[in-house]
Write a protein of this length. Structure first.
Length: 385
């Protein structure tokens, strides 16, 4: 097949969506022709690990807001003669919050079948306008955004949800077209067991991912500060780049205020996340919203005892008191209690880690499984046109 993979951010930004698309390119590129549609410039794409597997790159600006811009992008994609185009975004993206502003209907008219993936399902009044907008504005805008999303769904063969929780939400929210939705777990994990016993775990609490408010790292820093004096041998590590320009500085300020500069460590962007996960004793995912977090999935696969906020994506990965612990989202005191429970009990950490690793493998959350399920859906979508 000749497949156009379309995303809103540069492939080397390495957020969850970019990582998934990279894995799809690597998994598909040896057997199929891959066209990448993204904002990357030629130099950054050439440095990417996926460059050898991309036969054509279509660069575009993700900031267009016009019908004309959607038509232009659709024309560029159609001219590359794909058998199918696969768009990646949250619920909203590629102009689909307004009817006729999305390239997908125009590709449909040109007989290019389309598949989309909703990587993050937020609240009903979120993601179609700026979070700073007043409630009355969001309420007025919602019907237009819903109609724009429905217009996009009318012109796709399938939309993929990345978790069962997201699948149920999407089918309820867009009930007239509930039959368009399918679910595929995403992953960048190999089939092989990680060998988690090979390295000695250290008294480290770890979080991996872009540092931003929605990721909840400030909640984790506040929880650690509450109990740090009672556990002087433990450190807290954040591995990931600054995303919003605010959260990382707040963490630094808290560390200075509580005299924890040496124990709250901001590691920045790292290429050795699996190694960090194999060495850390506890992994925490304190996000306010997620699709299906790759970092939590990988930490569990690597046998790290996990704690996560009580949101749908996390509850799908963690079975409470069997493969990890959950806490109420945003509640740093409850998170501190969960941390203290695991910090005091090495045996429970080890039991959680073994059970978590087994649960990820049992559900076949692997790269190979993800690629094959995408291919099956692509072939089904192509046959529907």
């Amino acid at each position: 097949m000749r497949i156009a993979l379309c995303l809103l951010y540069p492939i080397d930004q390495l957020g969850g969506v970019e990582v998934l698309v990279s894995e799809l390119i690597l998994g598909l590129g040896s057997r199929h022709q891959v066209i990448l549609v993204s904002p990357d410039d030629a130099a950054s794409l050439a440095r990417s690990r996926v460059a050898p597997f991309v036969i054509k790159h279509i660069q575009f600006s993700p900031d267009w807001t016009s019908v004309a811009g959607a038509r232009v992008l659709a024309d560029k994609i159609a001219e590359s003669r794909p058998d199918l185009a696969h768009f990646h975004f949250g619920i909203y993206g590629f102009g689909n919050r307004f009817p006729f502003h999305c390239p997908i209907p125009y590709l449909h008219r040109r007989s290019v079948p389309c598949v989309t993936t909703s990587h993050m399902v937020t609240g009903l009044f979120e993601s179609y306008c700026g979070p700073e907008k007043p409630a009355w504005f969001k309420a007025l805008m919602l019907p237009l955004a819903w109609c724009g999303k429905m217009h996009q769904l009318l012109h796709v063969q399938y939309e993929i949800a990345v978790s069962q929780h997201n699948l149920k939400t999407l089918r309820t929210r867009y009930c007239p077209l509930r039959g368009r939705f399918r679910q595929i777990y995403h992953s960048r994990l190999s089939e092989e067991p990680p060998g988690m016993e090979s390295e000695q775990r250290r008294p480290v609490i770890l979080n991996v991912g872009h540092v931003a408010r929605r990721k909840g790292q400030m909640v984790l820093a506040g929880a650690f500060a509450q109990i740090a004096q009672r556990f002087p041998e433990w450190t807290l590590q954040f591995a990931g780049p600054d995303l919003d320009g605010v959260t990382m500085e707040k963490i630094r300020h808290l560390a200075r205020e509580k005299q924890l500069e040496s124990r709250i460590q901001l590691l920045g962007k790292r290429d050795d996340a699996p190694g960090l996960m194999r060495r850390a004793a506890i992994y925490v995912q304190p996000s306010y919203v997620e699709g299906l977090p790759l970092a939590l999935q990988e930490a569990m696969f690597h046998g790290c005892a996990a704690i996560a906020s009580r949101i749908g994506a996390h509850e799908e990965l963690i079975h409470e008191n069997q493969t990890g612990l959950l806490f109420e989202t945003g509640d740093s005191t409850q998170l501190a209690q969960a941390l203290e429970k695991l910090m005091q009990n090495r045996r429970q950490r080890e039991d959680f880690g073994r059970a978590a690793a087994a649960s990820i493998r049992e559900r076949k959350m692997t790269t190979a499984g993800m690629v094959e399920q995408h291919l099956e859906l692509y072939h089904a979508a192509a046959k529907k046109t």
